[in-house]
Design a protein around this ligand. Sequence first.
Ligand SMILES: NC(=O)c1ccc[n+]([C@@H]2O[C@H](COP(=O)([O-])OP(=O)(O)OC[C@H]3O[C@@H](n4cnc5c(N)ncnc54)[C@H](OP(=O)(O)O)[C@@H]3O)[C@@H](O)[C@H]2O)c1
Length: 251
Amino acid sequence: MQYAIVTGASRGLGESIARQLIEKNVNIIGVSRNENETLKTHAEQRNVEYTHIPCDLSNPEDLESGLDQMKEMAFHDDTHYVYLINNAGVIEPIDTVGNLEASAVQQHIQVNLTAPILMVNRLIQEANDRDIRMSVINITSGAAERAVHGWSTYCSTKAAINRFTETLALEQKGKGHIILAFSPGVMDTDMQGEIRSSNEEQFAEVEKFKELKRSGALRSPDQVAAVLLDLINQPKEIENGKVYKLYDLVD
Ligand SMILES: NC(=O)c1ccc[n+]([C@@H]2O[C@H](COP(=O)([O-])OP(=O)(O)OC[C@H]3O[C@@H](n4cnc5c(N)ncnc54)[C@H](OP(=O)(O)O)[C@@H]3O)[C@@H](O)[C@H]2O)c1
């Protein structure tokens, strides 16, 4: 059996990835605070397992108990492959340094960086102990590679996840896992709505992002998920530890 643990499967890119994996008969373990009933129905219609683990990834106790459940559900004697898609992410706080709220920064780092690291830490050990191969996909952003006014926390966590991916790949060399980061480009999701709702003092590029929406330049998460699934369907072509960018994979 194949399992995919998809964080943030309740909406946006995570929902699209989970739906398209269901269509490939991969059993889904969705991890988020809210459940997505449409995915559940989609899986039932195809006789694929779909389980939602309610988990606030910013809460360390929730993460630990969620991880116990993920391990038990995805790693057993009938498992032959596990995908871990670290997709859940937050953009807030959007503001300049000096105006950041401590609790918002801490929650952000917990969701975007600590949770993915601790999830891989626990699950890759389980995979290696049981001799099960994994694909670890960390969803990153172009903001990892350029400074964006007002996004200091987001730029920092996405840059860190890129380096974490590279280090993980170095350590796991020869174990047969696929390990990559994927930068999805701008997508029409709730996160973009949050970006557009900030003001110019908080985020100097807000007008540019409003124009991306107006001009139809935001891709749908379904289009982006399809590109990611095409990529991981060709494991021999993949360079472990690399950041794959949507813009390099589409015309
Ligand atoms: N949208 C873009 O233009 C864009 C561009 C570059 C990179 N990205 C990256 O792509 C990924 C997906 O983004 P998206 O646009 O699909 O975002 P989104 O529509 O805002 O969805 C975010 C997802 O993360 C989950 N999440 C947020 N906080 C959580 C928490 N504390 N605990 C558990 N789950 C949490 C949400 O689930 P619940 O609310 O149900 O918990 C939701 O499913 C993110 O890593 C983002 O940084 C997005």
